[in-house]
Structures are given as C-alpha cells and as structure tokens.
Design a protein around this ligand. Structure first.
Ligand code: AQP
Length: 346
C-alpha cells in the first residue's frame, strides 16, 4: 500500500487532510466545529490543512474578495493553533495535482453516485439547471484532495460523511479497475458528539460564512464590542433557562446558545444547565459574551496581526505549497502510470 514516493508517516497514527473554503468570514462554527478539533489532532497525526479555493468557486465568489478571504482562513488556522512548522498549511489552487487527479476521478466516479449527494441538492436549490457543473463534481475534487496525499484519516462533520463515503468508493473502484493498491481507504475521525453551531438569528439554520446577515454569526475577527452586540441581538424566547436537556425541547435558539457556552467553557450541556438553571437570557448573555471574548480574544488579536502584514502568511503558504506539491506530484504520477498515460519526459 505504501509508495516509495511518499514520505513515511513515522511515529504518527496516520495522515490527515482537511480544509475550509474561503467563502467569507471565518466564524465561531468553523472554529468550534473544525479548527479547534484539528489543533488537538496535530500531535498524533501528520496533518495537511488546506484552504480550498477551488471548491469555493463552485458558487460565485467575488474575485476581488477571494484572495483576502484565503489569507483570512490562513490567519485563522495559525492564530487558532495550527502550527505551520509541524503541519503543512497550503492553498488548494497552488497544488495543480488536485485538479489533475480530480479529472481522472471524474472518469472513475459514476453519475449515479453523484446524483445521491445531498449537499449538491441543498446547495443547488430549486434551480438545479443553473448550478455550475463544478458544484456537481465537487465530491470528485474532494476525493482528489484527500487521495492525492494518500491521507489515512479525515476529520468529518455530519454533513461531510457522505462525501467521505464517495471518496472511499472512488479509491476502491480505481484500485479495482486498474489492478493496484495505490489508494488507501481513508477513515473518518468523528470527534465526540459533532458540534454544530447554529445561526444566532435562527436556531434551526447552520451558522454559515455565506449567510447574508452579519448578525447570524460571530466572526473570528470580531471585536469584543461586536461580539457583545451580536450576542445581545441573538434571537431567544421568553422563558427562563431550564435545568435539564429535556427542558430545551422545542427551544432551538436556547439550545444553540447553551451549546456554544458549553463548548467555549469546555463543559457538557448538562454541567452548564446546572449553572444556568432559572436564569433570564439577559444574565446568560452576559456570561456567554465573557466566554466568547475570552476564547476568541487572543485568536482575533493574532489574526489581525497576521492579516495586517500578509508576508508571514504568504511565506507559510508558499512553504506549505512546496511540501504539498512534493507529495502530490509523486502520487499523481503513480495514478497516471496506473491509468497507462504515456510518460512525457523519458
Ligand atoms: N455552523 C457550523 N458548526 C460547526 N461546524 C461548522 N463548519 C462550518 N460551519 C459550521 C465546519 O467548518 C469546516 C469548514 O467548512 P467549509 O468552509 O468547507 O464549508 P461549510 O461547512 O459549508 O462552511 P460554511 O461556513 O457554512 O460556509 P458556506 O457558507 O460557504 O457554505 C467544516 O469542517 C465544517 O464542518
């Protein structure tokens, strides 16, 4: 299964690949649901963290914004503790082998498989005919992102599970079709009960970078005052907070805010409810603001420092692209050999 071209994963449990799309402002959901978990994995795994700008353009991105958003994600990674000297941090479009392997996978993956992807249905919405073909084949590119590094593990949230299954199907079919053991079948890492942060305006909707309402999310670059203001304006209901999880039934906004508070203070929901039972939202929101500011404050300060002089970020990303290209080009060549493409440079 291993290749001579791949650097050995010595002393680690495996290799991880994960990424975020530069589709707007990084928010608390991206931090609590993804980046914070990744930071806890870097000691055990060899990690590659990318900024998936090629995925981002499957829906329209303002060209003048995309570069800024890409650097902001990089700043978020570094500020939230992803160590660029121990991990590979890079931009997807800086490593052409992702797109090259994705083309091969477009020819391996089946239309029937893509038709079952629920995220395409969600993102394309009612006007499916107007969706980009990139959005449709997005899962094939994601498979290439992972397999071009022969990643063994992928941290996934609930919404990405189906895509990882497809990656495994593609790896399996490629290996079977071409009589090779080239690609490992990557395993999901699901950390505890998946943390899904919901919108501050609507407890049934996911907190999202692309939500047009700035009051729906706490950005990782928000100041203390902005955080306080957004939490003050967060939608709630009229009852005091309950003492049990069952008491949160039918109260999505209260559940969301309490779950955020639990995650920020590293406690379970049950532990938090013991503290907040009977409180009015005004009292609770003050506590929640304090917790959010104390966790995000140092990260925000560091992000702003990095963004104000992008040379450091650009240097990290250039170095990351060099290491990523080194691995990816080797694996791509192996895939090309398996397919039978004529060698171009002998
Ligand atoms: N609300 C959330 N709660 C928990 N985790 C979340 N993630 C995103 N939103 C939440 C996690 O962050 C990573 C980044 O995902 P992505 O940028 O590839 O796409 P996404 O999940 O579609 O993120 P957004 O913020 O909602 O972006 P847009 O608005 O562009 O669609 C993933 O690990 C995701 O689980």
């Amino acid at each position: 299964m291993t290749s001579g071209l791949m650097p050995p994963i010595t002393g680690k449990k495996g290799r991880i690949l994960s990424g975020i799309q530069p589709t707007g402002n990084l928010h608390l959901g991206n931090y609590l649901g993804a980046i914070r978990n990744w930071a806890s994995m870097q000691a055990d795994y060899q990690c590659l963290f990318c900024i998936v700008d090629m995925h981002a353009i499957t829906v329209w991105q303002e060209p003048s914004e995309l570069g800024r958003a890409t650097r902001e994600v990089a700043a978020g990674y570094i500020a939230a503790g992803l160590d660029p000297s121990a991990n590979t941090l890079f931009v997807q479009s800086h490593v052409p082998a992702h797109a090259q392997l994705a083309w091969v996978f477009n020819c391996v993956s089946r239309l029937g498989w893509l038709n079952r992807m629920t995220q395409f249905k969600d993102k394309a919405g009612k006007n499916r005919e107007a969706a980009s073909s990139g959005l449709y084949v997005y899962p094939n590119l994601m498979a290439a992102d992972i397999l071009v590094y022969k990643a063994t593990h992928v941290p996934v949230g609930e919404d990405q599970k189906q895509h990882l299954e497809l990656t495994r199907d593609i790896a399996q079919k490629f290996n079977a079709d071409y009589g090779t053991q080239l690609f490992p079948l990557p395993k999901p890492i699901i950390q505890g009960p998946g943390m899904r942060v919901m919108s501050l305006r609507d407890g049934k909707k996911k907190m999202s970078k692309s939500d047009p309402s700035v009051y729906s999310r706490i950005n990782m670059t928000d100041s203390k005052d902005e955080i306080a203001h957004k939490i003050r304006k967060a939608t709630t209901d009229a009852q005091p907070l309950p003492g049990t999880v069952e008491g949160l039934e039918g109260r999505p906004e209260a559940s969301n805010l309490l779950n955020i508070y639990a995650a920020l203070t590293d406690r379970t929901l049950e532990q938090v409810l013991l503290e907040t039972e009977g409180w009015q939202f005004s009292q609770f929101k003050t506590k929640l603001t304090e917790a959010a500011v104390s966790v995000l404050g140092p990260i925000t300060t560091e992000m702003k420092r990095l963004i104000s002089d992008p040379r450091e970020i650009d240097h990290v990303l250039a170095r990351g692209a060099d290491s990523a290209n080194e691995i990816a080009n080797g694996v791509l060549q192996e895939a090309y050999n398996a397919v039978g493409f004529m060698s171009g440079r002998n």
